[in-house]
Design a protein around this ligand. Structure first.
Ligand code: UP5
Ligand code: MG
Length: 199
């Protein structure tokens, strides 16, 4: 059968900006599949027999960005599996990727012609808000990076590596910025307005 080309929205923002929370809301209301790069990496870390478990573990604790080959492979597999199961599911929210130049180059190389990046949804809030949300979550998230030390590093990586990627997409006119410091409902109201307009 004729497979549709995957239609991708990149969802970016600082650690704890609410990317995952908003993606869940989107999935409830729109025909999108949510793929969190971080969740896929954590699942790969936990997978029996994974050759990347230790590497992923140490990169996540250090707030560093895992080599793109690993992440892209997981994203590609997840997209393929989703579309194989239901060919109507060709719209994807890719949450937390691309995070640096290596990620972007890797995506552009591997996915050139294979997927359309429609736009970037950017959840913008202060570093302080990001840190407070992650520390609060850290009380029971079990995430190895929801502590002050890892968070400092995650914020540094975000500012140094991820913001420039968002800026690049901004120059292409492809970024929709949402003020993520407000309540989940208020943020989602803005998200809805964007998706209703952009599809
Ligand atoms: N919360 C959410 N929205 C709120 C709101 N409006 N008001 C009040 N509270 C709100 O939310 C975080 C917390 O805040 C939750 O408790 C939530 O209830 C509350 P969440 O929706 O989880 O935010 P999110 O932006 O998804 O935060 P997350 O911690 O997942 O962001 P990160 O980008 O830091 O984490 P991710 O899982 O994407 O990546 C983790 C690590 O994996 C990276 O640091 C990196 O080491 C590695 N990684 C790669 O190497 N490559 C990749 O491509 C992706 C990840
Ligand atoms: Mg997340």
């Amino acid at each position: 059968s004729l497979m549709m080309k995957p239609q991708v929205v990149f969802v970016l923002g600082g650690p704890g900006a609410g990317k995952g929370t908003q993606c869940s809301r989107i999935v409830e209301n729109y025909n999108y599949t949510h793929l969190s790069a971080g969740d896929l990496l954590r699942a790969e870390r936990a997978r029996e027999g994974s050759q990347y478990g230790q590497l992923i573990d140490s990169f996540i604790k250090e707030g560093k960005i895992v080599p793109v080959e690993i992440t892209i492979n997981l994203l590609q597999k997840a997209m393929e599996e989703t579309m194989k199961e239901d060919e109507q599911k060709f719209r994807f929210l890719i949450d937390g990727f691309p995070r640096n130049e290596d990620n972007l180059t890797g995506w552009n190389t591997v996915m050139d012609g294979e997927a359309d990046v429609k736009f970037v949804l950017f959840f913008d809030c202060s570093n302080e808000t990001c840190i407070n949300r992650c520390l609060e979550r850290g009380k029971n998230s079990g995430r190895t990076d929801d502590n002050r030390e890892s968070l400092e590093k995650r914020i540094q990586t975000y500012l140094q590596s991820t913001r420039p990627i968002i800026t690049q997409y901004q120059k292409l006119g492809k970024v929709h910025t949402v003020d993520a410091a407000r309540s989940v409902d208020e943020v989602f109201a803005d998200v809805k307005a964007i998706l209703d307009k952009e599809g």
